[in-house]
Ligand binder design. Sequence first.
Ligand SMILES: [Zn+2]
Length: 519
Amino acid sequence: MANGFYSAVTLAAAFVSACSTPLADSGSGARLDLVVADGRIDLVAAKPIVLDDAPRAGAPAPTDLAWSFVAAKGKVLARGAVGDPRLVHVERQPDEEPVPQGDLRAGAGAIQIEIPDVAGTVRIEDSAGTLLGTLEHAPLRGDAFDAGLDDSKSDINFQTDLIGKPVLVSAAAPETANPINLLFVPEGYRESELARFHSDVAATVATLSQTDGYLEHWGEINIWYQDIRSKSSGISDPARGIVRDTAFNITFGDGKTLPRKCLMPSKKWDAKSVSNLQRLATLTNADTMLVLANATERGGCSNFSAGFIVLSAAPEFNPGEGLAHELGHALFALGDEYSAVGSTSCDAAAPNLTDNLDAIPWADLIAPETEIPTSTSVGSGVVGAFEGAGYCETGVYRPEANCRMRSPGPTFCAVCRREIERTFARRATAVRRATITNRTGADFWMQCDGRTGTAVCTGWTRVAAGASRELAMSGGRLIIDTTTIAGAPVRWSQVRVDAPSAAFSIFANSDDPLSPAGE
Ligand SMILES: [Zn+2]
């Protein structure tokens, strides 16, 4: 987007949907947070789990990394695929030197895998079969390991660096059933500077509260902040030789693997920082984490699969304006409507984008007399199909001439606005806890579609044939999966279903899992 803001999107959900296919079936397991870099794998955290509740899913995509877990005698105990977390997507930067469009490869990234808790070796290969690294695993035997708890450089200590509890600075109306929770955390603010962090949050929130789309639903949003001290003031800037010791190790890009104005956790400590951000998110059940960086110039970057947005607090950057666009991605799944000269890496997978004029998702909003494709000469406010969107000048279409998802300044277009309204309406009526009965005739797995591992969003849960289990769903939606169950009457892989009521059944019907087959 504009406003000096980048989006770095890991192409598959590294922390959300690492797929695994344990071949040794049940018992104690370990969930590993790893840094993957060329030539090495670092262990960040390891947590004991019951492996029986792990997801069994999915065919690897071409950009995936393949991992395996091998016992001493060479037997493969588990294997799976995970999106390559080193791939990031860079958005347009109008007032800086041109940057490469499409996918960039950072030096390292963070993934999460699940393995049986026995001695063995984790091996990770890229899609071409090149070995990236190996890691020896010693059984946890019930003890969690967390490198993020030590007090070394580039890390926060949860006991001493967090100050107080999360503070609610703007509260949703009490009658709101399922408010959006946004959590601000400070990056590069010393303890003595936290009052300025509070005023930087207030300025950003004031802008957002007056922005169309948010203004009308302000009573359905909770805004929180958590005070966290950094040892240094400001953030690191490798291209200029500046090193700071900060809470989340956010740095300017090095200008090589990532553009300088893309603010992201330093690649060396990526997984620690991402793990710590995710742990903080559970404090407030945050839908999205907003890392406010104490920088004196504009910049930002987003990692939507890990659920956080980094914003420079520099006032001339107007972080509230940037946030309104980035939350369009994070909360409402809107796509970028701008294009770049010469780009061939298009993206039309969003409700406000299409590459098919015969099946425009917003066709019902187009007046009969409007020509398709639509010329920008019709002026603003007309809904049609305007060529040039999703990073490409041709072949992808947007709903209006202008929109907040195309450039800063205009309001959201009618189609983006409808998606925003739909999201709030869905949240208002979402079934947040349900008892789900398995009538498929075979076991399946289910989980909440959201940030799992909290009281309001249950992680992977196995439901035996004929059994019922309860599931908490913060967004009212669940994911079902059957992919490795032999004999399953229907094979699902990460199928999403909106919970219709507080008690319902799942049937073996690939068209509609909520209805018996044939109805
Ligand atoms: Zn964008």
